[in-house]
Design a protein around this ligand. Structure first.
Ligand code: E4P
Length: 219
């Protein structure tokens, strides 16, 4: 399973990269706005910086437009920044058309805002490289995010669909292990959830004891 970090914060991306487990980065307009990135040139420069921080990683950069022709022109510009860029496109009729156009041009896409298996199937059919089901937002409304991952996995396996399932809107470690058990290809998670995977009270207690005993040995 690949690990992406879900942020536009350069320091957090660098921390995850330093852990040695990072395969990519996902951003969205909300995450970019949170970092105070505004203006066309600054946005493009920020994506370039992210690409440099994660050499060889897949970096999702989302189009801001919602109509076909602007999505396509924006996506072409984003894809031209760096071969690592994956153009993120929201699911919609125009989005599907744009995904198909990008696919025909050899531009990789990540279809975002996916909340049903039917949407994921359409995105795959249009040629998306990744589909991003949003687990946390489904759980927020008392639906079942992990059940959606299970359904998409089964459908993609039924037809040997190569589109990657990129589990998004991850809130905690249980989402990550759940996705791994269900066969999601990628999880994109905030740094807190990635670092949370390290934590176990027995590890902490055990290490404390080892450190105490090591001190006795070196007396
Ligand atoms: C990533 O691709 C998504 O945009 C992101 O995971 C959404 O997460 P949120 O529901 O925490 O905003």
């Amino acid at each position: 399973m690949k690990f992406f970090i879900d942020t536009a914060n350069l320091d957090q991306i660098a921390q995850a990269q330093a852990m040695g487990i990072l395969d990519g980065v996902t951003t969205n307009p909300s995450l970019m706005a949170k970092e105070g990135i505004t203006g066309h040139d600054n946005i493009l420069e920020h994506y370039r910086k992210i690409c440099r921080l994660v050499p060889g990683g897949a970096i999702s950069a989302e189009v801001l437009a919602t109509d076909y022709s602007h999505m396509v022109s924006e996506g072409r510009e984003l894809a031209g920044l760096d071969p690592q860029i994956v153009v993120k496109v929201p699911i919609s009729e125009d989005g599907l058309r744009a995904i198909k156009t990008f696919h025909d041009e050899g531009i990789q896409t990540n279809c975002t805002l996916v909340f049903s298996a039917a949407q994921a199937l359409l995105a795959a059919k249009a040629g998306a490289r990744y589909v991003s089901p949003f687990l946390g937002r489904l759980d927020d409304i008392d639906s079942d995010g992990l059940e959606l991952i299970r359904q998409i996995r089964q459908i993609f396996d039924n037809y040997a669909i190569e589109t990657r399932i990129l589990a998004a809107s991850i809130r905690h470690v249980k989402h990550i292990t759940g996705c791994a058990l269900l066969g999601a290809d990628v999880v994109t998670a905030p740094l807190s959830a990635i670092k949370g995977m390290l934590v176990h009270p027995l590890t902490e207690n055990g290490l404390k004891k080892f450190v105490e005993d090591a001190a006795k040995m070196t007396k």
